[in-house]
Design a protein around this ligand. Structure first.
Ligand code: GLC
Length: 734
C-alpha cells in the first residue's frame, strides 16, 4: 500500500498529492471519470508543463522551424507530453477523408474514403460510423492519437472550395452524419475534432472575412449542425476556424467559445485553433481558446512564453490555465489515450479490407439524377462503349488541401493543378473504365475529351457514350461559378449530339449547372468516390447495386438563385478585411432559401432516383415526449432490390419560421423486390422550434404542424397534420 507519507518522502509535495489522489481513485474511476483524473494530474503539473500542453507545433519543417523530433513525420501537429505524469505526446493528423499527408517527398499511402459530401449523400449514418472507425484505425496504426476530423460546416455557399469535405446544407443531416463519423473515429481510442467552429463557409478571404449573423439564425443553422454533431459524436476537441464572427476572430470569440459552446452546450472538451487561426494571448485565453495549434503557422507563439508571462502577471488567471490543460487532458483520458499508447504499425493496416469500407460509402453516395427510358442500369448488349474524359481510363478525382490522402503508387495523373498547396491534383488509381470492362463484354474506347469534336466522332462510332466530367475543388480556393471547368459542357453537348445514347458521370465536389441536361439520357453524381471509386461507379452503372444516394445539397439552376451573386471578398487583395452578411439568408440555407424565394432548382435537396420504385402508406404522427413520433410503411413495388430514403419535412401551419419547411428526420431501408418495411422516426424537436435569443431557449409554439413524407424536398408523398402544445427548452437541450 503506497502511503501518503511514503510518497512525500520520495517526491515533491505536488507530485505526492497527484500520485496519491490518482492511486486513491478507484480503478473504475480511472476511465469512468476523466474529469477527476484530469483535475488530479493538473494539480501535479508545473507551470511549464501546463504551458507545454496548450501549445502545439506543425509536424513538418516550416518557415525555418524544424519539425519536432518526436513528431510523426509529415503529419499535421505535435504537442509534447509530460512523461513523468503519464501524459503521452499529442500526435495530430488530418482528416475527414482519411489519414492525410502534408505535401512531402514520400507521402504515406492510406485509404481514402469518398468525399464527405458523398458519405452524406448516402443518408446512411451506419456507413459514416464505419468510415470513421476505419480511418481512425489507420490513424492509430500511423502513430496518431488525435484526428482533426469532423468537418461539419454547412454548405451555405455552393461555390465553397471545401464543400467536398463537409456534409451538405442541412443542419440535421450534417450533424447526424458527421457525429457518427466522429463516434467511429473515437472508437479507436483517439480524440476526434469537430470543425471549423464556426461559419467558416467560404475559402475566399477565409482569414479576413467577418461573418455577420444573428444569434437565433445561427443557432438554427450552422450552430445546430455543430450541436447535433457534438451530441452524437462527443468529440474530445473542437477546432475554431479562421474567420471572424460578428467582429471577433472565431478563436478568441467569447460568444462562440465560452457562451454557446462551453456554457450553453456544456462542452467539456477543449478548443484547439486552426493552423494560423490564433491571434492573441490574453483575449484568446480568456475568450475560450484552450490550445494554439500548428506553430509556426501563426504570427507569434502566443500560448508559449507570452502565456506563461500573462499568467505570472495575473492577466490570465492561473485557474484559467488549469482549465485549459484540464480540458485537454480530460479529452485524452475520456478517449483512453493514456491506456492505449500509439505507435507506428503501418504494416498492420489492411488496405484491401479498408478499401471495401470506402467503396460501400461511395456506392451508397452515388446519386442517380436522371435516367431517361431506364437506360440505367446498363444492359450488357453494347458492342462498343466510348469512355470520354475525366481520366476515367486510369482513375477517379479527389479533393485538394489538408485532407489530401495519397494512394498507393501515387496519382496516375501526375502533373495537373498547382504545384503548391492546395495542390497537387491527385487522382486515385481506380479506373471506372477498367471496372466496367471487367463486367461487360463491350469493347471500350477511351478519349480524353479535350477536343469536343474529336470526342464526338468517337462517340458517333460507338453504341453508347459515357462522359466523365470533373470539377477539382480544394481548400483555400472557391469556385468562380457553378459551371463545369475546362469547357467540359461543350464536350458533353458535342458528344450528346453525336452519340446514340449518352450517360454523364459527374466527379465534382459541389453542385454544378448542366446546360446539356436535356440532351443526355442519364446523369450520375459520383462526387470524389475514394480509393475504390471506379468499382463503385461501375457497380451502380451496371446495377450490381441500386442507385441509393440522395442529394445533401440543392443543385441550383443558376447563380441568380443564390443569396449573393458573387462570394463576398471576390477580387479583393489577400490582405483586405471584409464583411459577409449571412443574415441575408440567415437560417434559410439551401432548400430553405429556395422554398422561401419560390425558386425551382435544377435538382432538389434529397433528390435521387432508384432502379426500382417504392410505395408509401400508413403515415401517422403523434406528439410524444415533447416532439413527434412518425411511422409509415414502405413497399418496394419494382422488380429489383433497392434502397429507399424516405424523408420527413416538418412545417408550422401559419408560418413564422425562416422558411416553409425543415428536414425533421429520415430513414433508409433496404428492400427486396416486393418486400415492405416499417419506419419509425422521432423528429428532432429543434426542427419544430424557433430559437429565442432573449430567453436563450428553443420555443415550440402551440399550434398545428404538418409532417410531409417525401422522396425529396420537392417530391411530397403524403402529409399529416396534428396539434402540438407549446414547449420551451434550454439552448443546450433537445
Ligand atoms: C488547415 C485546415 C484544417 C486542418 C489544419 C491542419 O488549414 O483548415 O482543416 O485540420 O489546417 O492541417
Amino acid at each position: 500500500m503506497i502511503t501518503y507519507r511514503f510518497l512525500t518522502q520520495h517526491c515533491s509535495l505536488a507530485l505526492a498529492v497527484a500520485l496519491y489522489s490518482q492511486a486513491a481513485l478507484a480503478a473504475d474511476d480511472l476511465k469512468a471519470d476523466p474529469d477527476k483524473r484530469a483535475a488530479s494530474t493538473v494539480a501535479a503539473m508545473t507551470l511549464d508543463e501546463k504551458i507545454r500542453t496548450v501549445f502545439g507545433y506543425f509536424s513538418s519543417d516550416f518557415k525555418g522551424v524544424a519539425k519536432p523530433k518526436d513528431g510523426v513525420p509529415y503529419a499535421a501537429g505535435f504537442v509534447p507530453g509530460v512523461e513523468r505524469l503519464g501524459i503521452p505526446h499529442q500526435q495530430l493528423t488530418d482528416a475527414g477523408i482519411g489519414v492525410a499527408t502534408q505535401p512531402s517527398p514520400a507521402p504515406r499511402v492510406r485509404t481514402s474514403m469518398p468525399a464527405g459530401i458523398a458519405s452524406a449523400a448516402s443518408w446512411n449514418p451506419a456507413l459514416s460510423y464505419a468510415g470513421g472507425a476505419m480511418i481512425g484505425k489507420e490513424a492509430r496504426l500511423s502513430g496518431h492519437n488525435i484526428m482533426l476530423a469532423g468537418g461539419v460546416n454547412l454548405q451555405r455557399e455552393p461555390r465553397n472550395g471545401r464543400n467536398f469535405e463537409y456534409a451538405g446544407e442541412d443542419p440535421l443531416l450534417s450533424g447526424v452524419m458527421v457525429g457518427e463519423q466522429i463516434r467511429g473515429i473515437q472508437s479507436n481510442q483517439l480524440v476526434a475534432t469537430v470543425k471549423h467552429f464556426a461559419y467558416n463557409d467560404q475559402e475566399t478571404g477565409r482569414t479576413k472575412v467577418n461573418v455577420k449573423i444573428d444569434d437565433a439564425a445561427g443557432r438554427m443553422s450552422d450552430l445546430l449542425a455543430f450541436q447535433i454533431a457534438i451530441e452524437r459524436g462527443d468529440p474530445g476537441a473542437v477546432m475554431c476556424g479562421y474567420n471572424l464572427v460578428n467582429g471577433y476572430y472565431s478563436c478568441e470569440n467569447d460568444y462562440l467559445l465560452n457562451r454557446v459552446l462551453k456554457r450553453d452546450w456544456g462542452f467539456r472538451g477543449y478548443v484547439m485553433s486552426d493552423w494560423g487561426a490564433t491571434h492573441s494571448t490574453i483575449p484568446a485565453a480568456l475568450h475560450g481558446l484552450d490550445q494554439q495549434s500548428g506553430w509556426p503557422f501563426d504570427q507569434s507563439p502566443y500560448f508559449n512564453d507570452a502565456l506563461k508571462e500573462a499568467v505570472q502577471n495575473g492577466h490570465v488567471p492561473h485557474k484559467r490555465l488549469d482549465d485549459m490543460a484540464r480540458r485537454i487532458l480530460r479529452a485524452m483520458y475520456a478517449n483512453g489515450l493514456m491506456e492505449h499508447p500509439v505507435r507506428i504499425e503501418a504494416d498492420k493496416i489492411d488496405l484491401n479490407a479498408h478499401a471495401k469500407v470506402s467503396q460501400s460509402a461511395a456506392e451508397e453516395g452515388i446519386v442517380l439524377l436522371k435516367n431517361s427510358a431506364a437506360l440505367l442500369p446498363l444492359a450488357d448488349t453494347y458492342a462498343t462503349i466510348a469512355i470520354i474524359g475525366g481520366h476515367a481510363n486510369v482513375g477517379v478525382l479527389s479533393g485538394g488541401g489538408s485532407s489530401q490522402v495519397y494512394p498507393a503508387g501515387g496519382s496516375p495523373v501526375p502533373n495537373e493543378g498547382p504545384k503548391t498547396f492546395p495542390g497537387p491534383i491527385v487522382y486515385l488509381p481506380s479506373s471506372p473504365m477498367k471496372a466496367l470492362a471487367a463486367r461487360m463484354q463491350a469493347k471500350f474506347v477511351y478519349h480524353d475529351g479535350k477536343d469536343a469534336a474529336a470526342a464526338a466522332r468517337v462517340a458517333a462510332a460507338s453504341d453508347l457514350a459515357i462522359v466523365f466530367a470533373t470539377q477539382w475543388t480544394a481548400e483555400d480556393l472557391d469556385q468562380p461559378d457553378l459551371a463545369l471547368p475546362h469547357k467540359q459542357d461543350d464536350t458533353i453537348a458535342a458528344v450528346a449530339a453525336a452519340a446514340k445514347k449518352t450517360v454523364v458521370v459527374l466527379g465534382t465536389g459541389s453542385p454544378v449547372t448542366m446546360p446539356w441536361l436535356g440532351a443526355v439520357d442519364a446523369v450520375l453524381e459520383a462526387w470524389y468516390p475514394g480509393t475504390n471509386g471506379g468499382e463503385a461507379i461501375a457497380r451502380v452503372l451496371t446495377g450490381e447495386v441500386d442507385a441509393s444516394g440522395r442529394l445533401p445539397a440543392t443543385f441550383p439552376a443558376s447563380i441568380s438563385q443564390l443569396p449573393r451573386a458573387a462570394i463576398d471578398g471576390t477580387g479583393l487583395s489577400k490582405e483586405a478585411r471584409f464583411d459577409s452578411d449571412y443574415n441575408i439568408e440567415g437560417a434559410a440555407v439551401g432548400y430553405k432559401w429556395f422554398d422561401k424565394k419560390g425558386y425551382q432548382p435544377l435538382f432538389a435537396f434529397g433528390h435521387g432516383l432508384s432502379y426500382t420504385t417504392f410505395a408509401y402508406s400508413g403515415l401517422a404522427a403523434r406528439a410524444t415526449q415533447g416532439t413527434l413520433a412518425v411511422s409509415f410503411k414502405v413497399t418496394n413495388t419494382g422488380k429489383r432490390d433497392g434502397k429507399a430514403v424516405p424523408q420527413l419535412y416538418v412545417s408550422k401551419v401559419g408560418g413564422g419560421w425562416e422558411a416553409p419547411k425543415r428536414l425533421g428526420g429520415w430513414d433508409k431501408l433496404t428492400l427486396k423486390a416486393g418486400a415492405s418495411g416499417e419506419s419509425r422516426v422521432s423528429i428532432d424537436p429543434r426542427t419544430l422550434a424557433l430559437f429565442d435569443s432573449r430567453s436563450n431557449s428553443w420555443k415550440i409554439a402551440a399550434g398545428t404542424y404538418r409532417v410531409m413524407l417525401a422522396e425529396a424536398a420537392d417530391k411530397p408523398v403524403a402529409t399529416v397534420s396534428l396539434r402540438l402544445p407549446a414547449r420551451q427548452f434550454a439552448a443546450g437541450a433537445r
